[in-house]
Structure formats: structure tokens, C-alpha cells
Design a protein around this ligand. Sequence first.
Ligand SMILES: CC(C)(COP(=O)(O)OP(=O)(O)OC[C@H]1O[C@@H](n2cnc3c(N)ncnc32)[C@H](O)[C@@H]1OP(=O)(O)O)[C@@H](O)C(=O)NCCC(=O)NCCS
Length: 187
Amino acid sequence: MTENMSPINFPTLETERLILRQMTLEDADFVFQYFSASAVSQYLMDEAPLTEYAQAQEIIEFYLEPEGKTHNRWIMIRKSDGQPIGTCGFHKWDKRYFRAEIGYDLSPSFWGQGYMLESLRAVISHGFEQMKLNRIEALVYVENHRSIQLLQRLGFKQEGVLRDYFYLDGKFYDHSLFALLRSEWKS
Ligand SMILES: CC(C)(COP(=O)(O)OP(=O)(O)OC[C@H]1O[C@@H](n2cnc3c(N)ncnc32)[C@H](O)[C@@H]1OP(=O)(O)O)[C@@H](O)C(=O)NCCC(=O)NCCS
């Protein structure tokens, strides 16, 4: 993307309490500290917690300049104090079938305040309206009750259980497949 081209697929989004902007390499401290904390990684059975700073930089590089890519990650910044509190975004965007997966995580000290619900409402509206998605999917470890409750609050429906879907540290983990269709979304 050139400097003067505004992002279409993954622009900065704003909600009542938050700004959602794309990650930059300046976010490496936050990303490292955050994804090496066991409470955030506890239910992310597709990736082990980070142990080296370079891994945080690799994650950010994967997400840099997302226009034209099939994935992105917004950093959630609290407006009141500029504090980064979590991340969320799309991946596996399949334009042919109008679908993508959603992913999200919040620093544990900000759980229980509705920040992710607020963010995902904006992200989902953006997905259906601007990205023209018809179906948004989420894969959740079956014992990740907070995440399941969040998806249900947003109107996602459980479609099945994918047995032994992810493997980490010598163990397989069942994951539930949830999805939300554009026709079911009330923004
Ligand atoms: C999944 C995760 C983002 C959910 O976080 P969360 O804080 O439970 O979700 P929300 O930010 O939407 O907050 C909802 C809670 O805030 C409360 N709340 C407080 N103020 C609120 C407000 N203004 N608006 C809405 N809810 C509010 C709600 O009642 C609810 O509380 P409850 O869970 O005690 O009923 C978080 O647990 C997490 O990051 N987990 C680790 C990573 C992870 O599992 N990612 C998903 C992989 S599939």
C-alpha cells in the first residue's frame, strides 16, 4: 500500500471506549509481554506461550500492512489513557466464499469490563459491511468458557465439536466450531 492510499479492508476502527489500529513494530514490547503471560495463552491451544522477544517481532511482521492479505490484527487501545489492552482480527479470509475466521485476546487485568464485546461488535460490523463477509467463524477450546460466552452474546451458534483439533505439548485439544451469518447479525 502506498502512503496516500487509505486502507479499505482493515482501517482504524473506533468504538465508545477504544481505538482499534493495526499493529506496528513499536508494539513488540506489549505483544511479547502479553503473549508470554500464561493467562492469555492458557486457552490458545494452537500456539505455545512466547519465550523469546524475536517471536513477538515475527508475529507483528506477519500482520504488518494487512491490505491485500487474508489476515490482520488490530491492537485495542483504551482511549482514556492510551493503554494497549488486547488484540483482535480476521484470518483465513476466503473472498470466494465470503467467509473468514475471527480471533481475539485481552490482557487478563481487563477481563470482565465488556471491552472485547465492544471491539468485536465493531469488527463484525466491519466484516459484514465493508469486507462483504457472509459468514464469520470462530474455533474455541471446549473449556474456554469466557470465550464461548462472548461468542454467544454476539449471536454466534455452535455448529459442532472438532475432536483433537489442535496439538500442543504432547496433548490434543477438542475445539468447538462457532459461526455467525450476516442474516443473523443485528449491529
Ligand atoms: C475471551 C476473552 C477475550 C473474554 O474476555 P471477557 O472480559 O470475558 O469479555 P468481555 O470483554 O466481552 O467482557 C464481558 C464481561 O464484562 C462485563 N461487563 C462489564 N461492563 C460491561 C459493559 N460496559 N458492557 C458489556 N459487558 C460489561 C460483562 O457482564 C461480562 O462479565 P461476566 O463474564 O462476568 O459475565 C478473554 O477471556 C481472553 O482474552 N481469554 C484468553 C484468550 C482467548 O481465550 N481468546 C479466544 C480464543 S478462541
